[in-house]
Design a protein around this ligand. Sequence first.
Ligand code: HEM
Length: 371
Amino acid sequence: QQRQPFHGPHQAGIVTPRPAAGLVAAFDVVVQSPADLERLFRALTVRIAFLTQGGRTPQLDPKLPPADSGILGPEIEPDNLTITVGLGAALFENRPWLRPFKPKHLQRMAGFPNDALDPELCHGDLSIQFCANTPDSNIHALRDLLKNLSDQLVLRWLQDGSVPVVAPAADGEKQSARNLLGFRDGTANPDSGDPATMARVVWVGEANDEPAWARGGSYQVVRIIRMLVESWDRTPLGEQQRIFGRKKVSGAPLDGRTEADVPDYAADPDGRVTPLDSHIRRANPRTPEAREHLILRRPFNYANGVTKSRQLEQGLLFVCYQADLEKGFLTVQGRLDGEPLEEYVKPIGGGYFYALPGVPRPGDYLGRPLV
Ligand code: HEM
């Protein structure tokens, strides 16, 4: 499917199958009153509905700047584009009238022990995630929003990335795309095609202790995680596999044969096969209690060129969604603190945002209950 529906109880771009190109941008907003916020939300809704559904761009008088950048030509194809809007804690905290609406767990991202956060790559009042088949569609959409909302959106940081879209193997077996450390990534993700699982893991609902307006939304975590790829490429294969707890070529767990095989930690209590400090065993020990801490990961690989110290600047634009930020990302990241993978990765930016509920019907707009 090339056109992702815009209207619905949830925003697109969260459980939507991940296309090849992703871009997350964070903004500060010029909003001093509920009326300003309404103007911003209404304008975002109009632009997003157009950009994701496609159509012809208006042709204006040549004496005026063109209505559209023209990057995609006069006819905008939807290209699987989704645009997902999230709100940062700063938006609520710096505007007293919005404070009572702040989702309960929304907070400013604090550094974890292995982080080296660059303040210029962190936080923001508002996040926008763009995903499409081609990077040009994401760039076009970003430019459209910046032009049409230039008096209210101030760009803070952005990171784009890509990921190959991998078809299942000939025998129908799942094959996940690889990250830039060469490992299949996404294997153990909860099934985004299963609405019951998503209702439990991703969407805020009645069971969550959140303001009523927030139902249908989700906590979005963005982390720009640099990879020290030169060191990684000199690390023995056996060590790489012990660090993740999976086989590099197949993606199988260390006690399994295929990517779909499920590791049996009960049969390996001392971690002789899958080390106790391996990434997957720490991230999800697969105890009954660990079911409470599932997250939906939706990352992209990035390559930004060369660092000042002449190393490759590559990494993972880690994005995940969950109904409860504390039970989800914060608990899982807490368990990963000190993992051996840290020798090869360095989180440098990102933020926590609340992905708004969807726009249920035409005529309605994003974030309406907040204004
Ligand atoms: C699993 C890579 C960061 C949470 C995995 C797997 C790989 C991987 C290769 C195994 C395949 C899979 O199930 O997807 C990476 C890399 C990272 C990174 C390269 C950083 C550059 C994170 C972060 C979190 C996280 C920041 C959350 C705090 C998980 C979880 C699993 C997983 C929950 C599934 C574990 C399971 O259920 O077996 N990761 N990851 N990862 N990762 Fe990461």
